[in-house]
Design a binder for this molecule. Structure first.
Ligand code: ZN
Length: 306
């Protein structure tokens, strides 16, 4: 009797804990934004089940906490997130509530994608001081996932981290990351003519979320509609920005569709600049299902403004 009871306890424990090394068990991955979810699918293929916690049409700084998100986190073998405080307003409490030891900070299942990239705009003022001033980028600029070099660096990080969680899949993860790199190289030559035409254009954005894209495309960022990242526009700042744009001949304003467009349109009319609403994440529009769809959409929309 005793041995039967022990067996059943062990069986239940095995089901509850899960065992990603088993041939029939997939690694359960959750990602804070849809682009990271898509990169996880690229690398993980049939060995992973991936669930995004937010939608690409939402502002990733502010995602509504729902019980379904806690449940997804509770079941996860791995959590991938942007980091650099992007999700600080919503994700840490959910991770805590999930009571899932595997995805807590410092565990192999806790994957901070920002560790793969070179962070821009690292402030020289202490983070706490910047947070107190309302700056939502106190750790550096977290909007890094769009340029192909960064997406590729994240894919390689995921291959490494998935291998640690599912060693039997190691060769497959590496080979999938390499074929993603090959596809990006091919797409890169398709994008090259449009990208070349954009070089040197002066750019104003609503939020400081296009700096990595500007660096990739050779655009020259001259200002932002928000006075500081996360601080709503003011009349004074707007007047100064309009003056600067006129002086510098800036003819392009870019914003994500979840930011209010009315002020951008007024600034556009005052300065003769075009206002372009760009997708910033997979899922921003129903036609953007993958990372390469996202880059196609951004490059096409920007090239159309020239
Ligand atoms: Zn931001």
């Amino acid at each position: 009797m005793k041995s039967i009871k022990l067996f059943s306890v062990a069986a239940v424990a095995a089901i509850l804990i899960g065992c990603p090394g088993r041939a029939d068990a997939k690694l359960r991955v959750v990602a804070s934004i849809e682009t990271l979810a898509d990169l996880a699918r690229e690398v993980g293929g049939p060995r992973v089940d991936v669930e995004p916690l937010s939608h690409g049409y939402q502002d990733p700084h502010f995602v509504q906490a729902k019980p379904s998100l806690v449940l997804a986190l509770n079941r996860a073998d791995a959590l991938i997130y942007v980091g650099l405080d992007l999700e600080v307003g919503w994700l840490p409490p959910l991770v805590q509530q999930s009571r899932n030891a595997k995805i807590q900070t410092g565990q192999p299942g806790n994957i901070d994608a920002s560790s793969a990239i070179g962070v821009r705009d690292i402030p020289n003022i202490p983070a706490d001081q910047l947070r107190a001033m309302g700056d939502v980028h106190p750790m550096g600029n977290p909007h890094y996932w769009i340029p192909p070099d960064n997406a590729l660096a994240i894919a390689h990080l995921l291959a490494k981290r998935f291998t640690a969680l599912d060693p039997a899949g190691g060769a497959e993860f590496e080979s999938r990351a390499r074929s993603f790199a090959d596809r990006l190289r091919k797409k890169g030559s398709e994008w090259a003519p449009s990208v070349a035409r954009l070089k040197g254009q002066k750019l104003v954005t609503y939020h400081k979320s296009w700096s990595y894209v500007a660096a990739w495309l050779g655009l020259n960022e001259i200002g932002y509609i928000e006075p500081k990242p996360g601080i709503p526009p003011t009349a004074n700042h707007t007047a100064q920005l309009i003056q600067l744009m006129k002086q510098q001949g800036a003819k392009l304003i870019v914003l994500e569709s979840f930011y209010p467009s009315a002020l951008a349109n007024i600034i556009g009319r005052e300065t003769g600049a075009r206002v372009v609403a760009l997708p910033s994440d997979v899922g921003a529009m129903s036609s953007i299902r993958t990372y390469t769809d996202l880059i196609d959409a951004i490059v096409t929309a920007l090239a159309a403004t020239k």
